[in-house]
Design a protein. Structure first.
Ligand SMILES: CC(C)[C@H](C(=O)O)[C@@H](O)C(=O)O
Ligand code: SF4
Length: 466
């Protein structure tokens, strides 16, 4: 019996089979940001250890960084302290760090591909659950906790429990206006936020191969919202074309040899997945979340459900609580929900393609009176590219607030960008739990075109509604 891409990559990195289904894996790259890492460095120091491969370790600043200006001081004392520690720890252990203001700075999951750090067949870890994003390149990329960060820093290895394989097969052509974001929201609505638990997802099928790298990253990003520690896509010509011009890529014959290896990174025809799910792309439409977990999402054409629509006591109780928190009445058309703030950003949707998609909708239009649209680029490079393409002017003319600094911003509200209690946002991020975007905040997860159309309409809308 053949192997899946995930198992092949896993097997290629096993240093030792530990007991009870745990394997010690070699780690090709560890990425760091300022949250969750100070403890790991403290423990390294206390144990008198060094970082084994600082050359395979890269840091960035993203969660706490201000976006209003790139020379702004972090106001929040604990955020400022985290950033200071990130700088002193990276300096002490010789780890390259992309600080706010540097051309390579940005959200860790956005810069890692941009800077050519992510390649097919790698094992990548980072102190952040959305490391799943990098699976878009055919890498095994996991989010890890603080003690694992310490272990990986000290040894360049990590002990991990073997996971099962889940195939998500998506076939058919996506209707106009339907994006990778809608595919992943539809998937989570179908299988639930625990549907992928214990499994590595492989996204397969002609819909997936037709996606750009940016769209594949959006999809893999939210694997963790489906309960999976990792999600990946087999590398193909689209992957190679994205990688070719990235810094540090081999050239000439070395490039050809690398591509020849990458082409072997596929699931064998006779491999068997532990579980398979199928989505028909042609039946999808723009999806919007109504509740307080990403699984509580429905088509924009739909109506707010009643808690009695759900099966099982737990589901019903969760829906009841979500409806109350979100202040929504069952039966309300999703399109009738008024929005205060639109946030275009986060590691799910802050890449150049996302900004272009929003600009296409905003061009020649105005953001609705009283609505605030905040656009935060995922990286300094994305911002630069957007300015080169004149998207900044489109955003300014539409009355949107295109920020100078890159980072997580309003996705997690760890910097100054946050919603007020009761404020309702349409956000292109990936999480909508209670208080995610600020205490008492209400989040509807949407795609970039829906975010832009909503900003114009003042209520949840798709571009076709304008
Ligand atoms: C702060 C970080 C550990 C966290 C994560 O792991 O995902 C954050 O990025 C998030 O999205 O909630
Ligand atoms: S953008 Fe949001 S989801 Fe992504 S790493 Fe930052 S806080 Fe986490």
């Amino acid at each position: 019996m053949g192997s899946t891409l995930a198992q092949k990559t896993w097997d290629a990195h096993v240093v030792r089979h530990n007991s009870a289904g745990d394997d010690l894996l070699y780690i090709d790259l560890q990425l760091l940001h300022e949250v969750n890492t100070p403890q790991a460095f403290d423990r390294l120091r206390a144990a008198g250890r060094t970082v084994r491969r600082p050359d395979l370790t890269v840091g960035t600043e993203d969660h706490n960084t201000p976006t209003i200006a790139i020379d702004r001081i972090i106001k929040d004392p604990s955020g400022r302290r985290q950033a200071e520690l990130m700088r002193s720890n990276c300096a002490q252990f010789g780890i390259p760090l992309h600080r706010l203001g540097d051309p390579g700075q940005g959200i860790v999951h956005v810069i890692a591909p941009e800077l050519g750090l992510t390649r097919p067949g790698m094992t990548i870890v980072c102190c952040d659950s959305h490391t799943t994003t990098l699976g878009a390149f055919g890498a095994l990329a996991f989010g890890i906790g603080a003690s694992q960060v310490e272990h990986a820093l000290a040894t360049q290895t990590l002990s991990m429990r073997r996971m099962k394989d889940l195939a998500v097969n998506v076939t058919g052509e996506l209707p106009a206006g339907v994006t990778a974001k809608d595919v992943i929201l539809a998937l989570i609505a179908k299988i639930g936020t625990a549907g992928g638990q214990g499994h590595i997802i492989e996204y397969r099928g002609d819909t997936i191969t037709a996606l750009s790298m940016e769209a594949r990253m959006t999809l893999c990003n939210m694997s963790v919202e489906a309960g999976s520690r990792a999600g990946l896509i087999a590398p193909d010509e689209t992957t190679f074309a994205y990688l070719k011009s990235r810094p540090g890529m081999p050239q000439g014959a070395d490039w050809d040899a690398e591509v020849a290896y990458w082409k072997t990174l596929r699931t064998d025809a006779d491999a068997v997945f532990d579980k398979e799910v199928h989505l028909d792309a042609a039946t999808l439409s723009p999806y919007v979340s109504w509740g307080t977990n990403p699984g509580q999402s429905i088509p924009l054409d739909g109506h707010v459900p009643a808690h009695t629509d759900f099966e099982g006591e737990e589901e019903r109780a969760a829906a009841e609580r979500a409806l109350e928190y979100m202040d929504l009445k069952p039966g309300t058309a999703m399109r009738d929900i008024s929005i205060d703030t639109v946030f275009l950003g986060s590691c799910t949707n802050s890449r150049i393609e996302d900004l272009r998609a929003a600009a296409d909708v905003l061009k020649g239009r105005r953001v609705a009176d009283g609505l605030h649209m905040v656009i935060v680029p995922g990286s300094a490079q994305v911002r630069l590219q957007a300015v080169e393409e004149g998207l900044d002017r489109v955003f300014a003319e539409a009355g949107a607030d295109f920020r100078a600094g890159a980072g997580c911003s309003m996705c997690a509200a760890l910097n100054e960008d946050r919603l007020r209690p009761g404020e309702r946002a349409a956000s292109t991020n990936n999480r909508n739990f209670e208080g995610r975007q600020g205490k008492g905040s209400r989040t509807h997860i949407v795609s970039p075109p829906v975010a832009a159309a909503t900003a114009v309409a003042g209520r949840l809308a798709a571009p076709a509604d304008l």
